[in-house]
Write a protein that binds this ligand. Structure first.
Ligand code: C2E
Ligand code: MG
Ligand code: MG
Ligand code: MG
Length: 291
């Protein structure tokens, strides 16, 4: 009867819930072990000045090397790490590792900049504020602040706290540029663009994917580029996979580009030969050390 059916639904529901819960608890346990055992690494993806062809910077992208699952995407584990309160520690590790590798690249004569992604919770930390963490990491590794870009997402701005605005202003005053990542996918209002110290906009790859064919995406990108330019911001297009996309974005006025067309994110050991090959094969060369 109806009573049995209800019971069956309940049973089905709890089974599904149990599965999700077990999976989640498993990931939490594995992540705790991963932090203890140093199972993380960074991949680096080049950002190219489409006008000159030069590689100007690298974006550090976090990977989890799980002994059983292999490389785990940050899209899967970062939200869990954030919920668990692990992102403060992990973010600090990212900062340190990315700057250590950048110092190695500078020592080899590659005058590149580095971009790191930060979670909202890193900006909220009051024990040691994010700008203080950045300042001390930069000095530990002997890197000039102008060589570090900090990528934030719109969700961080939404939260609208005074502490957050102050932290971002301090980061800007320190000399690091703040990039607004995944632009156009969040819910923030455009007024945030003038309230917060944003130097550059990264056009989300979802708007780039169907270019140049898709007229509505083309209109959106055109509007984003024009708005960004009139506010004096740099523009970086993400997810460029084809020459057509590159030509189109460049024609619209996005100066910088990033995507599989140039390179996938690479582990440091593969990045070096990539940079060397590119330096030798193109007459473009690289940005000089003090640019
Ligand atoms: P994001 O910062 O927007 O990074 C760009 C993502 O697009 C990367 O995914 C990159 O591998 C991917 N991508 C680059 N070029 C192409 C392309 O041509 N086509 C396509 N389809 N994809 C491309 P990834 O590495 O999986 O990272 C995903 C997101 O995880 C990042 O998005 C970022 O929001 C977050 N993330 C990564 N590392 C960190 C970190 O250290 N800290 C924090 N808080 N978040 C991170
Ligand atoms: Mg990013
Ligand atoms: Mg992005
Ligand atoms: Mg993204």
């Amino acid at each position: 009867g109806a009573k049995d059916e209800g019971r069956n639904h309940f049973k089905y529901f709890t089974q599904e819930m149990n599965l999700a819960l077990i999976e989640r608890l498993g990931m939490e346990r594995d992540l705790r072990r991963a932090v203890a055992n140093d199972e993380f690494c960074l991949f680096y993806q080049p950002v190219v000045d489409m006008e000159s062809g030069e590689v100007t910077s690298l974006e550090a992208l976090l990977r989890w090397q799980d002994p059983e699952q292999g490389l785990v995407s940050p899209v899967r584990f970062i939200p869990v790490a954030e919920d668990m309160g692990l992102m403060g520690e992990l973010g600090q590790w990212v900062m340190d590792k990315a700057l250590a590798d950048l110092a190695r690249l500078h020592a080899m004569g590659f005058g590149l900049s580095m971009a790191i992604n930060v979670s909202a919770c890193q900006c909220h930390c009051k024990r040691q504020s994010l700008d203080e963490q950045l300042r001390s990491a930069l000095s530990r590794h002997g890197i000039a602040p102008r060589h570090l870009h900090v990528e934030i997402t719109e969700s961080l701005l939404l939260d609208n706290s005074h502490h957050c605005l102050e932290t971002l202003n301090n980061i800007r005053d320190l000399g690091c540029a703040i990039y607004l990542d995944d632009f156009g996918t969040g819910y923030s209002s455009l007024s945030y663009l003038k309230k917060f110290p944003i130097s550059a906009i990264k056009i989300d790859k979802s708007f780039v994917e169907q270019l140049p064919g898709c007229e509505s995406d083309a209109s959106l990108v055109r509007a984003i580029v024009n708005m960004g330019k009139s506010l004096g911001m740099k523009l970086v297009a993400e997810g460029i996979e084809s020459k057509d996309q590159q030509a189109f974005l460049q024609a619209l006025g996005s100066q910088f580009g990033q995507g599989y067309l140039y390179s996938r994110p690479l582990p440091f050991d593969e990045l070096l030969p990539w940079l060397e090959r590119r330096q030798h094969s193109s007459s473009d060369g690289f940005a000089c050390q003090n640019s």
